[in-house]
Write a protein that binds this ligand. Structure first.
Ligand code: 13P
Ligand code: SF4
Length: 334
């Protein structure tokens, strides 16, 4: 980048992002795992479901998506007429990487009597091969509307799938993917922390393995964990998810104490999502200035992927009866 093109710094950087946001008629969407400066400048912060809903509804011309690529792809699938920029195109996700579309297609073909209920943390190609997308905040509501005798493939997160399978006593064929961030929490260190703070409840994201989730007083999505942080009786909470979410807790609830669950080394640095961390304020500024890096999706693929996302948006309302499922799911070509 040449000197004239270098992003400004400090207050000027914030002022320039604000100016570009107005000039471009842009909305800045951010996930709770983004750094505090990005969370503070965003128009909206949310979990994967809320950000999808906002992307589908906004009347902005540009969506600057501060999150990972599958989230920005989802915004483009739902709002193709908008320009969607992602500050760093390398902001991927280990779950998406674990599920190559051609292997997922072969898995589906080997189980033609199963529907594919797929976590939103996957590629657009895998969404196009799926029947219904779920997020961690919508998965339980959606699963409850699927008839008990319907066989299910769940991918790519085996921990979220395993958690749902145990909680609802439903067998599911699980794709073997994991989130490298939630996988890094240590049960031994968590129990040591619990000994230090015996009255502090534990809130965990369902991407955590059973060794963590089984000790949790609350299991839920990022927005669910935030709600639990507001509602629980007590003054200290142990948080087993990506630590940047604690920025919102500390802002809203300064009287309470939030402690990140530890990794194997006894601190929680290994639980910072390395993909989310690629987005910075400087890259957000460049994305708004140049409208690059920009998400582009081939139209035929987008339309196929949108079906499973539309099914999610409708089923997440919780009002579709089991007998009406066929109307909502038009089966993907597995
Ligand atoms: P939420 O939908 O709970 O925000 O989770 C997204 C995610 O990627 C968690 O790792
Ligand atoms: Fe993917 Fe895990 Fe990062 Fe979420 S925290 S974006 S699941 S790698």
């Amino acid at each position: 980048m040449s000197f004239e093109n270098a992003p400004p710094r400090g207050e000027e950087l914030i002022a320039e992002i604000n100016r570009l946001r107005r000039e471009r008629n842009a909305v800045i969407l951010a996930h709770y795992y983004q750094s505090p400066d990005i969370q503070d400048i965003a128009d909206f912060i949310g979990d994967s479901l809320q950000l999808s809903q906002l992307a589908a509804e906004t009347d902005a011309d540009v969506i600057a998506f501060c999150g990972v690529k599958f989230m920005a792809d989802t915004a483009k699938i739902l709002s193709p007429e908008k320009t969607v920029v992602l500050p760093d195109m390398d902001a991927g996700c280990s779950l998406e990487d674990s599920c190559p579309p051609e292997k997922f297609k072969a898995f589906r073909e080997a189980h033609p009597d199963h529907i594919a209920l797929t976590y939103i943390n996957c590629s657009t190609e895998v969404k196009a091969l799926s029947d219904v997308i779920v997020t961690s905040s919508s998965a339980e509501t959606i699963l409850e509307q699927i008839p008990k005798d319907q066989k299910i493939i769940f991918g790519p997160d085996r921990h979220l799938g395993g958690y749902l399978s145990r909680k609802f006593n439903r067998e599911m064929l699980l794709w073997p993917g994991v989130c490298i961030v939630h996988e890094a929490f240590s049960e031994t260190e968590l129990l040591k922390l619990k000994e230090q703070y015996p009255d502090a409840p534990i809130a965990a994201h369902p991407e955590c393995p059973p060794t963590i989730v089984d000790h949790a007083d609350y299991v839920g999505s990022t927005s669910g964990i935030l709600k639990f942080a507001k509602d629980f009786d007590g003054d200290t909470l142990i948080v087993a998810t990506e630590p940047h979410i604690m920025h919102q807790m500390e802002k809203a609830l300064p009287e309470k104490t939030f402690i990140g669950a530890p990794g194997a080394d006894g601190n929680c640095n290994c639980n910072i999502c390395p993909y989310m961390a690629l987005n910075t304020m400087e890259k957000l500024y460049v994305a708004l200035r140049d409208l690059e890096p920009r998400i582009e999706i081939e139209e035929e693929l987008r339309v196929k992927a949108k079906k499973s996302l539309d099914a999610m948006l409708e089923l997440a309302k919780g009002t579709v009866g089991q007998g009406d499922l066929g109307r909502v799911i038009s089966k993907a070509d597995g």
